[in-house]
Ligand binder design. Structure first.
Ligand code: SAM
Length: 274
């Protein structure tokens, strides 16, 4: 049994992370379901809130998925490695410049967590060659190592029936069966051309991808799955999911053109087939 103080939580800060709207999401999940499937898992805010006993999680980001796997399979070595990092600008750029493909899986996960905790805003962004390019964050005392949480996450991942993939989301949606619950949290369709962050990696998520995703939503619905999807509150998205249950929800986002003032507005939609 997982005790309250050791409840695992997301181990990275993630752009588009759902922690802000988690109280709304948790009230919208189906009462009962078989496998929990999250094809765009990112930091896994809803996954760690639900803590399902049977799950399939996936993300196209190789570094992120390697980190989930290392936490599951080798948390002791990961913790040891994280102890060696320093919050120093020159050191940060040295670690950032390393080619992750040439590191051991543990060092690769350790580099990923270190960069996430010390880079500006905890963003993950890659340039067109697929290299992480966020600058040093200059934070006073970032928590590079949260040992208690990493152990809690590891223990949880080892206590459940879970499959963890690094694939395109479509391949993972193919695994869904009747009675499964699929939560789709893709890169959002932009509210306006400059405001939104849709490029998590060298693969962009285009309008064509949003259309394809809505077709997959319909296929999952036909299969008898429970499907819930988050996206931006735009006419384009609402048209794509016409006929389903669409709820507009409030979220804090920088919405004026300077991007420095934040206010609450119904900027997101939550779409369900149940
Ligand atoms: C809005 S974020 C998900 C945030 C997540 N719900 C959280 O709580 O942190 C979207 C995620 O989709 C992933 N992604 C983008 N394109 C993808 C694709 N084609 N297949 C699978 N994952 C993809 C990105 O790497 C990113 O982690």
């Amino acid at each position: 049994m997982i005790i309250e103080t050791l409840k695992p939580k997301p181990f990275v800060k993630w752009a588009g992370g759902k922690r802000q709207v988690i109280d709304i999401l948790i009230n919208e999940i189906p009462k009962e379901f078989d496998t929990y499937i999250e094809p765009f898992v990112g930091g896994g805010a809803l996954f760690f809130e639900i803590l399902p006993k049977k799950a399939i999680i996936n993300d196209i980001n190789k570094e992120l998925i390697n980190t989930y796997l290392v936490i599951k399979n080798n948390v002791n070595d990961l913790i040891k490695s994280l102890k060696n990092h320093k919050n120093d600008e020159n050191y940060f750029y040295k670690i950032r410049a390393l080619d992750p493909e040439k590191l051991t899986l543990v060092k690769r996960a350790s580099r990923f967590i270190y960069l996430n905790k010390t880079c500006f805003n905890g963003l993950y962004r890659e340039n067109s060659e697929g290299k992480f390019n966020v600058p040093f964050g200059k934070y006073k005392n970032p928590k590079i190592l949260d040992e208690e949480n990493l152990r809690a996450v590891s223990e949880y991942l080892n206590s459940i029936d879970i499959e963890i993939y690094n694939k395109d989301y479509k391949d993972v949606c193919d695994l869904a069966k009747k009675g499964d619950f699929i939560y789709l949290d893709p890169p959002y369709y932009p509210i306006n051309k400059t405001s939104s962050f849709t490029k998590y990696n060298k693969y962009d998520f285009t309008e064509k991808d949003q259309i394809e995703l809505s077709q997959i939503f319909r296929e999952l619905d036909k299969k008898g799955c429970y499907v819930m999807l988050s996206n931006s509150n735009t006419d384009f998205i609402k048209k794509l999911y016409k006929g389903f249950n669409i709820k507009e929800i409030e979220a804090n986002r920088a919405i004026n053109c300077k991007g420095d003032r934040r206010k609450k507005a119904k900027l997101e939609v939550l779409i369900k087939n149940y």
